[in-house]
Ligand binder design. Structure first.
Ligand code: PA5
Length: 445
């Protein structure tokens, strides 16, 4: 499902990374034993077996009995409350499914859109336009229920739904929130919404495989069991005394990142070759940014989309300040959107002309050229002084995506523990909120 290639990471860094094996194992053991900092938020570890599969059954049972006719899912949430489902939706859906309808090669899924992750009135008003011509259901996701961005969006959208559907609006609103307390729990109880729980033991950025991600993705028609099965494989590998392949990969990645940090690198750039991966990488940025970035430490998570950004950021990557490491996120079979289904390959047409100097590419698949461009970039950047890893996904199946989530979460937690920080809190996020509340005149409670 996943492979790690360290060939272009450089001999010195590779040796340093190997030297961190014991330290990574110690970090993993403290994670497993729940003796690490922030251990009360480690419920995501081994989640599929402990809770995830049972939750999938409950969601599937509920969906069977859910008789509401809908063709649009509006997910309201910010940060960890939406990035995971957005990543999976992009990875598993035809880019133009929403406009092609049943003619899209991978269709049959109600369209999924996102709100409450910004404060843009334009976005909100355009979303309401879409909702007016569709049959929407709304999944509002907030542990606290008082986060400003999703809170404002939900007030507006709730009002819209009540005006449109009157007394039956509540059937179209699903709330995912704290099991017992908080503003959204209270409101959902009052309004009789169907609810799912954000577990106490899982922080937002580690929550994609809880109800936070699984409920909207199940509504969207994604194989949520596949996601859990892939993740479960990583945790099973990690449960061995000597972690096996996928688990070993997670530790190896953490060791490489730590070695880069110790060697003075300050930025990790993820380079990805598929536009569909953009939100997976946004999810990765939140995971590592919020987990590592504290006490003046942590690699700054950044990204470039290839080959697009090679024509803009490529210059900096090749010759700018040498403070970066790079991780190439490759995929063997990006055209697999559903298990066993692959869209036909597009080959460069034979034209009998070399006017564009592309005759040498005739008959080659565009994917193969893309993959070669990524390898060339990895070689060039590493020669230019940017140590480069490659993490390769075999395909974009639910299993592989689930494995990628679990692998990155584990690598992030292990790396954070090695760095000495608490990888499960985010105290710094409060600073902008306090300033904003002051400027907006929020009353103190
Ligand atoms: O990772 C996190 O904890 C954050 O991204 C939260 O998920 C985000 O701030 C949303 O918080 P809440 O679910 O309380 O609305």
């Amino acid at each position: 499902m996943l492979k790690l290639d360290r060939k272009y990471f450089g001999e010195t860094l590779n040796q340093a990374a190997d030297g961190l094996e014991q330290s990574a194992m110690a970090a993993l053991n403290s994670l497993k034993a729940k003796t690490c900092k922030g251990s009360e938020y480690t419920g995501w570890f081994n989640w599929p077996a402990s809770e995830g599969f049972a939750l999938a059954t409950a969601i599937e049972d509920w969906l069977k009995s859910y008789k509401v006719d809908f063709d649009l899912i509006v997910v309201i949430g910010i940060g960890g409350s939406y990035l995971g489902s957005r990543a999976v939706s992009d990875l598993t859906t035809h880019t133009f499914a929403s406009v092609m309808g049943s003619k899209a090669t991978v269709s049959g899924k109600p369209m999924m859109v996102f709100a409450g992750h910004n404060m843009s009135e334009t976005s909100l008003s355009e979303l309401l336009d879409l909702m007016a011509v569709r049959k929407p259901v709304v999944n509002v996701i907030s542990k606290s229920g008082t986060t400003t961005e999703p809170g404002v969006a939900f007030r507006v959208i709730k009002d819209f739904m009540e005006k449109r559907y009157g007394g039956s609006a509540g059937e179209r609103i699903i709330a995912t929130t704290d099991a017992r307390k908080g503003a959204l729990r209270k409101l959902a109880t009052e309004c009789g919404y169907k609810t799912f729980e954000v577990p106490d033991s899982v922080g937002g950025r580690y929550s994609v495989l809880t109800a936070v991600g699984l409920v909207p993705l199940a509504l969207h028609g994604v194989d949520i069991r596949g996601l859990l099965t892939g993740a479960d494989q990583v945790f099973k590998d990690l449960s061995q005394e000597k972690p096996q392949s996928l688990g070993r990969l997670a530790l190896n990645y953490a060791q490489c990142r730590t070695a880069a940090w110790n060697a003075g690198k300050r930025i990790e750039v993820v380079a990805y070759p598929e536009p569909k991966m953009r939100n997976l990488v946004e999810w990765w940025k939140q995971l590592f940014g919020e987990s590592d970035g504290k006490e003046g430490m942590g690699l700054f998570p950044a990204s470039i989309e290839c080959t697009m950004d090679l024509h803009s950021m490529g210059q900096y990557m090749q010759e700018g300040a040498r403070t970066m490491m790079e991780t190439f996120l490759a995929v063997d079979r990006p055209r697999t959107l559903r298990k066993g289904q692959e869209t036909p390959s597009i080959k460069v047409p034979v034209t009998g002309s070399n006017l564009d100097e592309l005759q040498y590419l005739e008959g080659r698949a565009v994917d193969t050229i893309n993959d070669t461009a990524m390898l060339a970039t990895r070689q060039a950047h590493s020669q230019g002084g940017v140590p480069a890893l490659e993490i390769r996904l075999t395909d974009l199946s639910a299993e592989t995506i689930g494995a990628a989530f679990a692998m990155f979460e584990t690598a992030c937690a292990v790396g954070g523990i090695m760095l000495g920080v608490n990888p499960f809190n985010q105290p710094g996020v409060e600073a902008y909120k306090l300033k904003m509340f002051e400027l907006l005149g929020k009353p103190k409670v």
